[in-house]
Design a protein around this ligand. Structure first.
Ligand code: P6P
Length: 337
């Protein structure tokens, strides 16, 4: 009998025993994300063929033009999660406020909330560059059966029970962790099944890729400028290679496989950085740490930051532990001056 790679469904069932809360609720939640990812993938892959490109004519809270696929992906994930009644609340980059799925005549004792960036990197859609979905899962902290509150969403990243991303690239992959290692599954679009293709993903010991938008160089903090110059010096395994796709999920995914650091620091344009703590940095930091890497704002561990707002931004340094620690050293040195 030919041995095939484990499917995502088989993997979830086998790993069920690892979930602290083995009610199966988290499994059903991951399964619903799996389904929504397939639906979005179908549209992303044919974006060039149908009139779904271009902006939907509305702006999101970020003040960015909402690409039609942004709006579509947001609706697909929300509808899939709501229809399966497996969460009590949802927060999204595309929604000004969180969505409570409790109350009214339907009893909802579900214990998980999901925060997501339904289609990150959407500015790349029109130029056929890969984009991604990022998700973060917490247990609610307010009483079951009551409407969720902002408190359920403003939890530090170290409280996450699971996090992951879907990258719609040359192939579509879902990469996630429930706290026990990071595993990657590749979609076979012909049959709509994800197969375990990247078991137990880890950052390589060494990395030599740095990912930063050097177009913002003059606006960077001094420590970042010093670190970039360090990467470019001829010494040992340097100069490093610069790779920047402009899609966090893709840059992170490549750096986790090949070894590298992603930096989006504060700039004069974005004094708190550009990336969102709750549904971009926390989930990626959760994965990075479980893959042997590190994530900080240049000084503080991302997962320790106590959020104060749903859409708050942070500076983000994430990747190989050794590379992040080197960058943090330049940041601390520059701060002392
Ligand atoms: P810039 C995409 O909009 C995003 O949030 C990340 O996916 C990406 O890494 C970053 O912003 C790109 O930002 O300013 O370099 O275009």
């Amino acid at each position: 009998m030919t041995q095939h790679n484990k499917t995502l469904g088989e993997f979830i069932i086998n790993k069920q025993s690892e979930f602290k809360y083995s009610s199966g609720e988290l499994s059903r939640l991951i399964n619903s994300i799996r389904l929504a990812g397939k639906i979005v993938n179908h549209e992303v892959n044919k974006a060039g063929l149908v009139d779904i490109l271009g902006t939907a004519g509305v702006e999101n809270i970020q003040g960015e033009d909402q690409q039609k696929l942004d709006v579509y992906a947001n609706e697909v994930f929300i509808n899939t999660l709501v229809n399966r009644e497996i969460v009590c609340g949802i927060a999204s980059e595309e929604e000004d406020d969180f969505i409570s799925i409790v109350g009214g005549n339907k009893k909802n004792d579900n214990k998980y909330v999901v925060l997501m960036d339904p289609l990150d990197g959407s500015s790349n859609i029109d130029v056929n560059v890969s984009v991604g979905t990022i998700f973060s899962i917490y247990r609610r902290v307010t009483p079951a059966g009551t409407p969720v509150t902002l408190e359920d969403f403003l939890q530090p990243g170290k409280q996450q029970v699971a996090a992951g991303y879907i990258v719609y690239g040359t192939s579509t992959m879902i990469v996630y962790s429930t706290g026990h290692g990071v595993n990657g599954f590749t979609l076979n679009p012909a049959i709509g099944t994800y197969y375990l293709s990247h078991p137990n993903m880890k950052f390589p010991e060494k990395g030599n890729i740095y990912s930063v938008n050097e177009g913002n160089y003059i606006h960077f903090p001094k420590g970042v400028k010093k670190y970039i110059k360090y990467c470019q010096e001829e010494e040992g395994d340097r100069p490093y290679t610069s790779r920047y796709i402009g899609s966090l999920v893709s840059d992170f995914h490549r750096n986790m496989i090949k070894g590298g650091i992603y930096i989006y620091p504060s700039t004069s344009k974005n004094p708190n950085g550009k990336l969102r703590l709750l549904y971009e940095c926390n989930p990626m930091a959760f994965l990075a740490e479980r893959a042997g890497g590190k994530a900080s704002d240049g000084f503080t561990r991302i997962l320790d930051i106590k959020p104060t707002e749903l859409h708050q931004r942070v500076s983000f340094f994430c990747g190989n532990k050794e590379m992040v620690e080197k960058a943090e050293k330049f940041m601390r040195k520059a701060k002392k001056k």
